[in-house]
Ligand binder design. Structure first.
Ligand code: CP3
Length: 350
């Protein structure tokens, strides 16, 4: 197995900087659009052979250093019987949001082998095919709570914050239940063969640090502690987390995923050099001419400075408008620039 991704997660020296992309399977690939058609994404996730095919598609185009199982953060919630629809172009929608004590009773414990056997089957099948490590994932309690409480995507998460501040007992219970769900979901994926896990707390950057520490951090910590004994590396990712990087690192994660808003070296300093770092090219840059992409990617590599523990990625998921060829060139660039001491790596450091 090509294991430079796992080695980097553990801050061991690597022959080249590993690279993978959040949403590397997705609408920017014509072969993806062909298979998805207009089926609901959660429906698509219930067919292991389709999940395997979609997970492998990006790897056929470019020598990525990790695969991620094709799924969605809403899968375990739907699996315990919460009706969810993922609206194309917007995101997950719930007709009946969770906001009260009574609503909480709709959240029963997850039994992975019964509730989401298709996911575990897809992971087993993928492991038999792959020459690179397989990443499993989950939504973090806060990001899952935001969808459950809002009933859909929201810019300001006003209702979520109203619950967090106005109903602290209901909030604490909701976060406990979601932390348990997240641990159960991740453990099952690891036991089925996932060799690393990423926890997506995508929307946590909407919070001020004080509120994060009090109302989110303890539950994020439960998640990382809940999988620690299984010995696979964990990645803790969020968007707009500049001021939260220190507390997020305290909550857990061998690697902290950062977006493009904080320069990688500054982010790594905040996170601490006892952790790895993942990121952080702005996905929108991939729509610019190649010379711009190249220069910006070399800046990211320069800021990582060849220190062990960097996993190259975008700062958030691949945008649907991205030319697949740009991503393929980017993979090659990361590999060549960080291989034998070369012009590119030196140029990026200046
Ligand atoms: O390749 C991979 O990275 C694995 C696939 C993956 C999906 N969702 C498939 C998907 C992953 C890792 C996710 C995680 C996910 N889902 C997150 C966390 C990552 C992030 O982007 O912050 C979130 C917030 C969701 C919820 C969700 N699902 C949203 C906001 C959307 C976008 C809606 C849209 O149409 O833009 C989805 C749908 C979704 N899940 C798509 C994909 C590839 C795109 C739409 C589609 O193909 O129909």
């Amino acid at each position: 197995m090509r294991d430079r991704f796992l080695r980097a997660c553990r801050r061991q020296p690597v022959d080249r900087t590993p690279v993978w992309f959040m949403r590397q399977a997705g609408r920017y690939l014509p072969e993806y659009r062909e298979i998805r058609g207009d089926r609901d994404i959660l429906e698509t996730c219930r067919h292991p052979e389709v999940v395997v095919e979609l997970s492998l598609q990006p790897l056929r185009r470019m020598p990525l250093d990790a695969a991620i199982v094709f799924s969605d953060i809403m899968v375990p919630l739907e699996a315990i019987g919460i009706p969810i629809r993922v609206a194309s172009g917007t995101g997950p929608v719930l007709e009946e949001p969770i906001r009260s004590e009574a609503d909480l009773r709709r959240l029963r414990p997850l039994v992975p082998e019964e509730d989401e056997p298709y996911l575990l089957e897809a992971i087993r099948l993928l492991r038999a095919e792959l020459q690179v490590p397989l990443i499993g994932f989950a939504g973090a309690p806060f990001t899952l709570a935001s969808y459950l409480v809002e009933g859909g995507p929201s810019r300001d998460l006003a209702r979520t914050k109203a619950l967090l501040h106005g109903e602290p007992t209901i909030w604490a219970r909701l976060m406990e239940v979601l932390a348990d769900l997240c641990v159960t979901h991740l453990r099952a994926q690891i036991e089925a063969g996932a060799q690393a896990v990423q926890v997506f707390d995508s929307w946590v950057g909407t919070l001020e640090p004080e509120d994060y520490e009090r109302a989110v951090l303890p539950y994020a910590r439960t998640v990382f502690q809940g999988v620690a004994d299984l010995g696979v590396p964990s990645i803790h990712f969020g968007v707009g987390t500049g001021e939260l990087l220190r507390p997020m690192a305290r909550a857990g994660g061998d690697v902290i995923g950062v977006d493009w808003r904080v320069p990688l070296d500054a982010a790594w300093e905040r996170v601490g050099t006892d952790r790895g770092i993942q990121g952080n090219l702005d996905p929108a840059i991939c729509l610019a001419p190649w010379e711009v992409v190249r220069a910006k990617a070399l800046r990211v590599l320069g800021r990582a400075g060849g220190r062990p523990g960097h996993v190259f990625n975008l700062g958030h998921g691949v945008l649907p408008e991205t030319p697949p060829d740009t991503l393929a060139r980017l993979v090659d660039l990361v590999h060549t620039a960080t291989g034998e001491p070369g012009e590119d790596a030196a140029a990026g450091a200046r």
